[in-house]
Unconditional design. Structure first.
Ligand code: PLP
Length: 445
């Protein structure tokens, strides 16, 4: 209990109790549950709650007047101005390179529309095999929209036989060999399934050298690991804010476009919110976009969503932004990994292949498919349950909920657990490891 890792970075966050989530097997019903699911939906900050309530109050007391005159001096027309500097700092960008807008998949389509311009010689999209489904659908539909056959246009990179993680050298090799036919390189910053942190800088550098456009889906990277999009020379990036950035379910998303594109890429699907503020409300017939990422804005954003995100970003700012978050995250995830490795059900990766090929070995167990090197992962650990395809994972997962451990499952065999640097503690990791053992022991044997 005396470990500094038991003091969270922020006391802003509200965690459900065991009784609220139906953890009937936990004796301490009124205690906080073990919430390790910030990779999917971060917890609510008190600050978000306050700011959202203030906007509801402003709506109630001002009506439409609140757009320009606001009791807390946060007029809705310029509410995003409060968010962009914080967001830019989180992703390592200039303010003009960042827009807080819309949703992740929509932003991905907008950016692909601008940046994926296949020619007969250079038309491929290089991405990871088993990308998040929404991204796969987006890539395919973009290829189809250009009249291309997705099976030849989309080049999916898979880990080597028996491995789970894409090797940097393999990504660079494909770029070396096929770079000239690749129009767009787009990977996730942190892979949602394995938790692998991609080598964003070298991949971007090589993609640029080969004349490709390089974009990143930062859904699992933003708020999780420090980013330097401007310095890395990334062309574009998109992300959501409800995972590690704690903006709440369906929160407003983000988009980055490097400033070197400012005079080249102008928004094609124009909307009034991308028009310069100075003349926006004169409603001129000709669209005159804001220079940079914000020109891509289409609609006036949901103030409630902005308020919620502002609250969580201010909580992050109070905690010192991404450097302390990352530093503590490395310690917390490292400690969690050690605890999990002490389990009698833990199987080292080197053993997994052996076990898998020996059909007599049916003992339930788990391994960790996330890279061991902290520089190749963020907060999340992905546990792969054995024997593969046996249904062990689902049984363990169901039991874990009853023990008050909230992670998330990915069929058929993976449970993802992510200690969030802002609000999780070593005790959460100890509880998760302990109850995982319980779940495996009582649930299965
Ligand atoms: C979470 C996530 C999404 C979700 O997309 P939305 O448009 O926010 O619903 C998409 N892609 C990746 C890689 C994700 O991790």
């Amino acid at each position: 209990m005396s470990s500094p890792l038991n003091t969270p970075l922020s006391n802003q966050f509200v965690c459900p109790t065991n009784s609220q989530i139906g953890a009937s097997l936990r004796p301490d019903q009124d205690a906080k549950c073990t919430y390790l699911c910030g990779n999917s939906l971060g917890l609510m900050s008190e600050r978000s709650k306050t700011l959202v309530q203030e906007e509801l109050d402003a709506w109630g007391s001002c009506g439409v007047v609140g757009h320009f005159k606001h009791p807390k001096n946060r007029p809705w027309v310029e509410y995003t101005d409060k968010l962009t500097p914080l967001m830019a700092e989180v992703v390592g960008a200039k303010e003009k390179e960042v827009a807080v807008m819309s949703t992740l998949t929509s932003n991905l389509h907008l950016m692909m529309d601008s940046f994926y311009k296949p020619t007969p010689g250079r038309y491929k999209i290089l991405c990871e095999g088993k990308a998040f489904p929404s991204d796969q659908y987006a890539f395919k539909s973009q290829a189809l929209a250009h009249g291309l056959d997705p099976t030849s246009a989309i080049l999916e990179l898979h880990p080597r036989e028996g491995e789970h993680i894409l090797r940097e050298e393999d990504i660079l090799k494909v770029l070396e060999e096929q770079g000239a036919s690749i129009a767009l390189v787009i990977f996730s910053g942190v892979q949602y399934y394995t938790g692998q942190l991609f080598p964003m800088e070298p991949v971007t550098r090589m993609a640029k050298e080969k004349g490709c456009i390089c974009g990143w889906d930062l859904a699992h990277a933003v708020g999780n690991v420090p980013l330097r999009l401007h310095d890395w020379n990334v062309d574009f990036a998109v992300w959501c804010t409800y995972k590690y950035l704690n903006s709440g379910p369906g929160g407003i998303a983000g988009l980055f476009m490097h400033e070197r594109w400012n005079n080249i890429e102008r928004p094609k699907f124009a909307g009034w919110w991308g028009h310069e503020l100075a003349t926006r409300f004169e409603m001129p017939p000709v669209f005159s976009p804001i220079t940079g990422a914000q020109g891509f804005q289409q609609s006036n954003p949901s103030t409630l969503a902005l308020a919620s995100l502002l609250g969580s970003l201010e909580a992050l700012q109070e905690a010192g932004m991404m450097n302390p978050v990352r530093e503590r995250s490395i310690q917390l995830t490292g400690a969690f990994e050690e605890l999990l490795k002490q389990s009698k059900y833990f199987v080292p990766t080197s053993e997994v292949l052996k076990r898998h090929t020996q059909s007599h070995s049916t003992n339930p167990g788990f391994t960790i498919i996330t890279p061991e090197n902290p520089s190749s992962r963020g907060a999340q650990l992905s546990l792969l349950f054995l024997p593969l395809g046996s249904g062990v994972m689902q049984k363990v997962f169901d039991k874990l909920v009853l023990y008050g451990v909230i992670g998330d499952e990915r069929q058929p065999d993976v449970i993802r657990l992510a200690p969030h640097s802002l609000y999780n503690t070593l005790e959460d990791c100890q509880n998760a490891a302990k109850y995982l053992d319980e779940a495996m022991g009582h649930g299965l044997l």
